[in-house]
Design a protein around this ligand. Structure first.
Ligand SMILES: [Zn+2]
Ligand SMILES: [Zn+2]
Length: 327
């Protein structure tokens, strides 16, 4: 049974493409039917369009807010977490996410938004021009309404099985794209709900963030990909794009993508030292929106820090900025 608003897959997994005002276009939310109600995974970003989409999709499915028994988040990013509080208010259902995810939610959108200031300091010391920093500050503050109201969180104990619908799923810790990211796997049906850890066609962003969240996120991401690539997966349900089958192959493609990007960035640093901002512009170009630039620079930092830790480049200060150079 399918329509424009939802698609029913194996294992009672129903996919709803919730619209996003970004080039990604939509986030996949999943509803899993069970005897005691629906589990809602990653409800989406809180926009007017997303709210309307949900009202129509639920109408089409013949379910009301009270039919939702729990809301489960693969990770804390606003395109997944944003509507959790909206659904909690209407359903009374618990919102489950990892402790690490909850910690970052508080840093990003809690009192005083401490992550925003720390991120701007990080970007400044890595060469982002002053005028861009000012616009970035506004940009980050603009996310608060898109994740409000904020839900009360019930922590997921990673490693313990979690019932989604009528079945227990393994909770697989997959840090890298986001610290505290969790995938859900059911061996009987070989179904993997993989959030943004593994996405077809596009490479999940891997960001270095300030505040000791993950000292080497690309290292975490590559390890998580190796580990999850060993699971026997028939169907993978990602956070973006369409469900897919070649799961292990996709994990290898993503690893290869980062390996070639590491080589590319290191080659830029052989002749002269550069700031992360400079490496970012050389890699991702100049036609980026602020939103894209934020992720491009954080991703560049994740690669540079990975190489610094591996000992293939070194970091030092020059004229008040951090620069990197190949060893
Ligand atoms: Zn994400
Ligand atoms: Zn996402």
């Amino acid at each position: 049974m399918s329509s424009s608003l939802h698609t029913l897959h194996n294992d009672n997994v129903c996919q709803i493409k919730v619209p996003l005002p970004f080039p990604l276009r939509w986030v996949n939310s999943y509803l899993i039917r069970g005897a005691s109600g629906f589990t809602l995974i990653d409800p989406g970003l809180h926009t007017e369009a997303a709210e309307q989409h949900w009202v129509q999709a639920m109408d089409e499915l013949g379910i009301g807010f009270r039919d939702i028994e729990q809301i489960v988040l693969t990770h804390h990013h606003p395109d997944h977490y944003g509507l959790a509080g909206f659904f909690q208010e209407r359903s009374g259902a618990p919102v489950l996410m990892s402790e690490a995810g909850h910690h970052q939610v508080r840093l990003l959108w809690g009192d005083g938004q401490p992550m925003a200031a720390a991120l701007l300091r990080l970007f400044s010391s890595n060469g982002m021009p002053e005028e861009m920093l000012l616009s970035m500050e506004d940009h980050m503050a603009g996310f608060v309404p898109l994740v409000s109201p904020q839900p009360e969180i019930t922590p997921i104990r990673i490693g313990d099985p979690l019932r989604l619908g009528d079945h227990e799923y393994e909770t697989v810790h997959t840090p890298g794209h986001a610290s505290g990211h969790v995938c859900f796997y059911r061996a009987e049906t070989k179904v993997m709900l993989c959030g943004d850890h593994v996405i077809p066609q596009i490479s999940p962003n891997v960001s270095y963030l300030p505040g000791g969240i993950d000292d080497n996120p690309l290292g975490s991401f590559l390890r998580s990909l190796e580990a999850i690539g060993r699971y026997d997966v028939a169907w993978a349900y990602p956070g973006h794009r369409e469900p897919f089958t070649s799961f292990a192959h996709r994990t290898q493609e993503l690893i290869a993508h980062h390996e070639s990007r590491l080589e590319l960035m290191r080659a830029m640093l052989v002749e002269q030292p550069l700031t992360a901002y400079h490496v970012c512009r050389n890699t991702f170009g100049h036609k980026l929106t602020l939103h894209q630039l934020r992720f491009a620079l954080s991703e560049t930092l994740a690669h540079l820090i990975y190489m610094r830790e591996a000992g293939t480049i070194r970091e030092r200060e020059q004229d008040g900025l951090i620069v990197y150079q190949a060893r």
